[in-house]
Design a protein around this ligand. Structure first.
Ligand code: NAD
Ligand code: DAO
Ligand code: ZN
Length: 377
């Protein structure tokens, strides 16, 4: 407490190069900050995307990536009241200050309090808490979970039930919460609706869980990798589930879906990040009321298009970040849902590595046959 901690971290020195495991120094938390011992972290596309150097947010190097983790509070900085040493936490890439215009609006989970500094990889005082080889290293998405110890703001931590296994609930830090929230909050699916889910990674699978929880009458899942359909079936054993591989059809996939559903689905979800698929997802929706939720993150500079008549005739395009979930208020409830077996998490993990093998995890990510890659510290 109050001392610099030396520990291991996976450091990204420059774009498009493997990460290197280094001994780093993590400074004590300052005002409003908390130092967290990270227990487990998943590896997600967004980390890989930022490592590629294409991130429009323009990350700075060296940087400590990782945003889907879990851990235990080691020490707290001046004025911190929201957590105490020993508390179990999930770091939040969207904080919840409860004081900014966004938090107070009651309309969004996009807290703006530290948006600018978080995007630039620094703490609110414009400095960082990480030092590697005598050089300052930058924070990532307010989380930096690829380090044994990290520093985050108290408003960027969801305090969770300590009974929850940290190696599992780290997944609630991104993918599962995002898909489940997009279905249950952003789309607010109602009983009996028809749903189409494009892309069956951790996000799309969790949209399925949300659709099942809301008692959707029909769920159509679309993926180019047919291996992905097996897991979708496991998550929706009692639902009317239709699996579509666009490569098996001569017609555009939206036409196939419209024909299968007497005019289109009530709600569709794009969980890939492909702007062509975003169009197909919108055009799979029913005239008059169908809503399409964009969750996938497209490449920098890409644009979506459709004929405006699609919207004139009542289809709605919406987006969703972190499933619209307010991290401090709502994430602890999802952890409870997991503990009471209402939300499946365990079986998402298809690969587990030690932190020293982090680059293997990035290699597996290119293979396509995985859901969640996890690193245990
Ligand atoms: P993933 O790569 O694990 O899953 C994507 C799936 O889409 C794969 O199964 C793949 O086979 C399939 N696919 C790819 N191209 C396809 C195509 N043209 N047609 C049909 N299927 C296709 O990804 P994920 O981790 O589940 O994340 C999905 C997206 O959501 C990513 O873009 C990610 O960056 C984004 N994301 C957004 C948020 C948010 O808050 N909005 C949060 C987390 C992730
Ligand atoms: O408030 O302007 C803002 C940005 C909030 C961050 C939204 C991130 C959503 C997508 C993240 C990709 C997966 C980690
Ligand atoms: Zn706020």
């Amino acid at each position: 407490v109050g001392q610099v901690i030396k520990c291991k971290a996976a450091v990204a020195w420059e774009p498009a190069k493997p990460l290197s495991i280094e001994e780093i120094e993590v400074a004590p938390p300052k005002k409003g900050e908390v130092r967290v011992k990270i227990f487990a972290t998943a590896v997600c596309h967004t980390d890989m995307y930022s490592l590629s150097g294409k991130d429009p947010e323009g990350v700075r190097w060296p940087i400590i990536l990782g945003h889907e983790g879990s851990g235990v509070v080691e020490s707290i900085g001046e004025g911190v009241t929201l957590v105490q040493p020993g508390d179990h936490v999930i770091p939040l890439y969207i904080p919840e200050c409860r004081e900014c215009k966004f938090c107070k609006s009651g309309k969004t989970n996009l807290c703006s309090l530290v948006r600018s500094t978080q995007g630039r990889g620094v703490m609110p005082d414009e400095t960082t808490r990480f030092t590697v080889k005598g050089q300052q290293a930058y924070h990532y998405m307010g989380c930096s979970t690829f380090s044994q110890y990290t520093v985050a703001l108290e408003i960027s931590l969801a305090k969770i039930n300590p009974d929850a296994p940290l190696d599992k609930v780290c997944l609630l830090g991104c993918g599962i919460t995002t898909g489940y929230g997009a279905a249950t909050k952003t789309a607010d699916l109602q009983s009996g609706v028809t749903v189409a889910v494009f892309g069956l990674g951790a996000v799309g699978l969790s949209v399925i869980q949300g659709a099942v929880a809301r008692k959707a009458s029909k769920i159509i899942v679309i993926d180019k990798n047919p291996k992905k359909f097996e897991y979708a079936k496991k998550l929706a054993p009692n639902a009317e589930l239709t699996c579509l591989n666009p490569d098996d059809h001569d017609k555009p996939i939206q036409q196939v879906i419209v024909e299968l559903t007497d005019g289109g689905v009530d709600a569709s979800f794009e969980c890939i990040g492909n702007v062509e698929v975003m169009r197909a997802a919108l055009e799979s929706c029913h005239k008059g009321w169908g809503q399409s939720i964009i969750i996938g993150v497209a490449g920098a500079g890409e644009e979506i298009c459709t004929r405006p008549f699609q919207l004139v005739t009542g289809r709605v395009w919406k987006g969703s970040a972190f499933g619209g979930v307010k991290g401090r208020t709502e994430l602890p409830n999802l952890v409870q849902d997991y503990l009471s077996k209402k939300l499946e998490v365990d079986s998402y993990v298809t690969h587990t590595f030690g932190i020293n093998d982090i680059n293997k995890a990035f290699e597996v990510m290119h293979s396509g046959d995985w859901y969640v890659m996890q690193l245990i510290w």
